[in-house]
Design a protein around this ligand. Structure first.
Ligand code: AMP
Length: 464
């Protein structure tokens, strides 16, 4: 416990916050926390490149709570609890999670926080605001409704946070954000968190931030460090079947699956249910109550598969998610990075599985460029696309050197599309076992803690 406390203490946090994080089981600060907490405590503006999963919420929530602590009042009077910090987020789910974090981290301080988002009745939110709250976490649109309604005032505000700023801009919130900023006192601390820094974010940062400190923990591709990436080339029409096969044969228990469209998400969840897999969908067409119920069922293990669209998945905090599957490969490679941010979180390893069809060739190339990594291709017998596209999809455009190394009698024949390395029997690393044919793999696989899918599916070590 002593060691646990000191790491956060060394960042300058006060005892109630140090004690709280110790109780939450945080053994040491994450890199973004290590860098950002002292800067935010010093009152500086900050531009931080960090995505969900890096511990970025605590990186701003803890020092904000500390800066507000001297103003904490046990009084019940609303006048003693003016809004002092505002956090803007792109989605309701993220807003809820950030507000929960403020509540958890501030458990030992008499500061109040609330969450404001659209799609639900305003009255409960009005009640909360009227009682007085120091920290408001909000999505921009609904916050402006409250501004119009005169249920929220910002004259005592001292800190503004834009969380997942890139996604807020993607979602068209820039005009709303500008309107909100115009309502705030000019003297304030500004913190901008973003996973990526496209030009619009840099422009916004220039107008918003004063002499900001910069922190970059998750370079755009760094989320990949804890994540194993794998791609399964598959005929487009067999994707759904392959997904069910993977879930069932690997005994996957908690999988977030991404589709490109809301309709696709609904349809896929429905089809999976027909395959007797507990699946639900989460996307923007669902009501807030439906989204919350879907997320709660998924977190509790009642649902095995949650099918999500990119927008709905933003900010979902599902700890220890072992697998993320891209049913549809995202068109924007930055979305790939966001998606896999749901796995391999806070020090845990995860697996990002993508089902790729010949049509996804360009998107895959862009993803590999962005994450600066070649993703391993694993062909699953009976599911691969037919024809010459397989070789292209396997990324099998070997250099001369590779060709020399891999030359085999069959590899140059016109009929043979797949490198024989993919059909070699399983060779376990430890001495044991005769080769296990594909159909009988379930039992040994179930015993293994982290199945080496690539190996199990045909002895693949490295494609090149
Ligand atoms: P975030 O990036 O803020 O969404 O945080 C991702 C997850 O990491 C959340 O579930 C946090 O509770 C958890 N977390 C944040 N900081 C730490 C830490 N220092 N040690 C362990 N877990 C943490």
């Amino acid at each position: 416990m002593q060691v646990i406390s000191s790491a956060f203490e060394q960042l300058g946090l006060i005892p109630p916050l140090v004690a709280t994080v110790a109780e939450l089981g945080y053994s040491k600060p994450t890199p973004v926390q290590e860098q950002a907490i002292p800067l935010v405590l010093s009152g500086r503006d900050l531009m931080a490149g960090a995505q969900t999963g890096t511990g970025k919420t605590a990186a701003f929530a803890l020092p904000i709570l500390q800066r507000l602590a001297p103003f904490a009042s046990p009084s019940a009077s609303p006048a003693r609890h003016p809004v002092r910090a505002l956090v803007l987020t792109p989605t309701r789910e993220l807003a809820v999670q950030v507000a929960e974090s403020f509540r958890d981290y501030g458990a030992k301080l008499p500061l109040r926080s609330t969450v404001i988002y659209g799609g639900v009745d305003m009255n409960a939110q009005i009640d909360q605001l009227r009682k007085g709250v120091e920290v408001v976490v909000a999505t921009p649109g609904r916050l402006l409704d409250h501004v119009q309604n005169k249920t929220v005032m910002f004259n005592q505000l001292s800190v503004l946070v834009l969380d997942e700023a890139d996604r807020m801009l993607d979602m068209g919130f820039l005009p709303d954000i500008k309107r909100i900023i115009a309502l705030l006192p000019r003297e304030r601390q500004n913190l901008l968190f973003s996973a990526t820094f496209p030009d619009e974010i840099r422009t916004l940062a220039k107008t918003l931030l004063r002499n900001p400190a910069e922190v970059q923990v998750a370079a755009r591709n760094a989320a990949a460090d804890l994540v194993t990436h794998v791609m399964h080339p598959v005929a487009r029409e067999k994707k759904r079947e392959l997904l069910s096969y993977l879930i069932q044969t690997r005994g996957l228990r908690q999988v977030l699956v991404f589709t490109g469209t809301r309709i696709g998400a609904n349809r896929l969840a429905h089809q999976l249910r027909r395959d007797h897999i507990h699946a639900d969908a989460i996307h923007g067409d669902k009501s807030q109550a439906e989204r919350e119920a879907a997320l709660a069922d998924f977190k509790s293990g009642k649902t095995t598969v949650l099918v999500a669209t990119d927008v709905a998945s933003r900010g979902l905090d599902i700890e220890g998610l072992p697998q993320v599957i891209n049913f549809d490969v995202p068109h924007s490679s930055e979305d790939y990075v966001h998606r896999i941010g749901r796995t391999g979180r806070a020090g845990m390893t995860g697996e990002a599985i993508s089902l790729v069809s010949p049509q996804d060739h360009d998107a895959v190339a862009a993803i590999e460029r962005l994450i600066k990594k070649r993703i391993e291709r694993v062909l699953i017998p009976n599911f691969g696309p037919s024809g010459p596209s397989v070789a292209t999809m396997m990324g099998d455009q070997p250099s001369h050197k590779d060709r020399e190394r891999r030359r085999s009698p069959s590899s140059s024949g016109p009929k043979r599309q797949v490198d024989p390395i993919f059909s070699k029997p399983y060779e376990p690393a430890a001495p044991a076992a005769t080769p296990i044919p594909a159909a009988n793999q379930e039992a040994p696989q179930a015993k293994r803690k982290r199945p080496q899918l690539a190996a199990l599916l045909g002895g693949l070590k490295k494609a090149s």
